[in-house]
Design a protein around this ligand. Sequence first.
Ligand SMILES: N[C@@H](CCC(=O)N[C@@H](CS)C(=O)NCC(=O)O)C(=O)O
Length: 285
Amino acid sequence: MVKLLDSDIRTRDVLGWKGVHVLHFMGSSCSQKLRVYLNLKGIPWQSHPVDLPKNENMQPWFLGINPRGLVPVLVHDGAVHIESNDIIQDLEGKFPTPRLIPEGYENEVAALLKHEDDLHLDLRTLSFRFVFAPPGPPKPAAALESYIASGTGTVQGTVDREKQIQIEFWQRAAKEGFTDERARASALKFRTEFDALDKKLARQPYLMGENLSVLDIAWLIYAHRLSLAGYPFARLHPHVHAWAEKLRAMPEFAKEIGQLRQGAAAHDPAHRAQAGKTLEMVAGF
Ligand SMILES: N[C@@H](CCC(=O)N[C@@H](CS)C(=O)NCC(=O)O)C(=O)O
């Protein structure tokens, strides 16, 4: 569990926050995952929006809370938790019903969520290339400088390697954009994952069997974002497509992904096909 230490935190006022507080952004996939989870659980929480397109997450106040500079963050009775999957697993222990991690499967689910999180930068690559498609560098130099300089830079008392990975990701993006080659490599990884999920969903209604679990939430959020990027689910993975349509129709999901959906509807095909190429063309799907 990534619960921050007192020495990691510079924005001290959060230590006095009582109850469940979430720092998040409407269009962030990891925030959407956590919000869907909170909705399904019926856990009341207080919202603290962090505007990612305005780079609020790269300012000293936010880095004083999460030295990694990422959303979502959970502050529960003054304890600061980062990493969406860790937050969810921690809440599952504290709010056990309705169960979204089946009893006895905690370790298996932890490993599967870790695997899902390992693909996060691939999702970000495809999102920036085909959904957001900003005209210039995704993070202006001034924002990146503030990111590098702010916060303690430690997580659980240790210099945070993950922050360096983020810095390198944005520096590379500023230098070369999101190239065809990178986008193709990321899309192929997802194809392998969704081929496997499609086989599961041919036999059972949800990823862990008969009941909805955190894995359905996590993978629906990925599938949804990728469908906005133009990933051809209906053609390549029909069972995943049917499952995603079913989940998207549930109010607990619809409420959280709706805004991005509308936003993306406003994107014309040329916008989604940055440099005149769609995801299907770039990936060879
Ligand atoms: N492994 C982290 C990933 C968090 C992450 O990358 N969050 C994104 C939004 S989905 C973010 O904060 N991006 C910062 C930015 O775009 O500047 C988690 O699961 O919480």
